[in-house]
Design a protein around this ligand. Sequence first.
Ligand SMILES: *Cc1c(COP(=O)(O)O)cnc(C)c1O
Length: 229
Amino acid sequence: MNMLQQSRNQVLAQIHAACEQAQRDKNRVQLLAVSKTHPSDVLSEMYQTGQRAFGENYLQEALDKIEKLKDLQIEWHFIGHVQRNKTKHLAEKFSWVHGVDRLIIAERLSTQRDASQAPLNICLQVNIDEQDTKDGCQPAEVAELVAQISQLPNLKLRGLMVIPAPNNTEAFKDAKALFDAVKVQHKNPEDWDTLSMGMSGDMDAAIAAGSTMVRVGTALFGARDYSPK
Ligand SMILES: *Cc1c(COP(=O)(O)O)cnc(C)c1O
């Protein structure tokens, strides 16, 4: 068995064990393979193990891989910071965008998504633990944003995405409470089914709190190398 198959099996086993521990259905937690910095042949190899959902953070890097791997049935997720002037490529090339945190971004994605494509799946990013960052809306803004964004055509507002500070287990519980509380604001509450939280180091705690999608890079692909090639 190759290394990627082995690491994926291990991560899936860890997800299943965390579900069992939390008495949750293991089919309710999806694995998103976070492949930033890894070349397309590595993604291709991971695809051979059965992985279909891949997450990328950097637009140009992602577009290159999407082009190279266009013959594979990959579900592409953008999990990086969304810049206002980059929404067109996201609307055209991705299935999911996790980092939406303002109405204007959602409006642009909605306008730029071709109506002939499946609706673009959206997660609203929330700064759940008051980190000193400009990414993510405030928890107090979420209800209003859900009400507004769920009205937009060509989008499917699926849920929330959070990136709490390391070891902040409480933040996962806060995210789950917020996720449950704002469902009623949604125009189509049955679309509201995704809580994107948990990474290599904290997926067990995230699953215990109610995550439905863990975004895992290092545990699948090994450490990332950011040095110029
Ligand atoms: C890089 C990244 C991940 C994956 O992190 P690992 O610790 O390597 O699993 C998950 N989510 C986001 C938003 C990321 O940028």
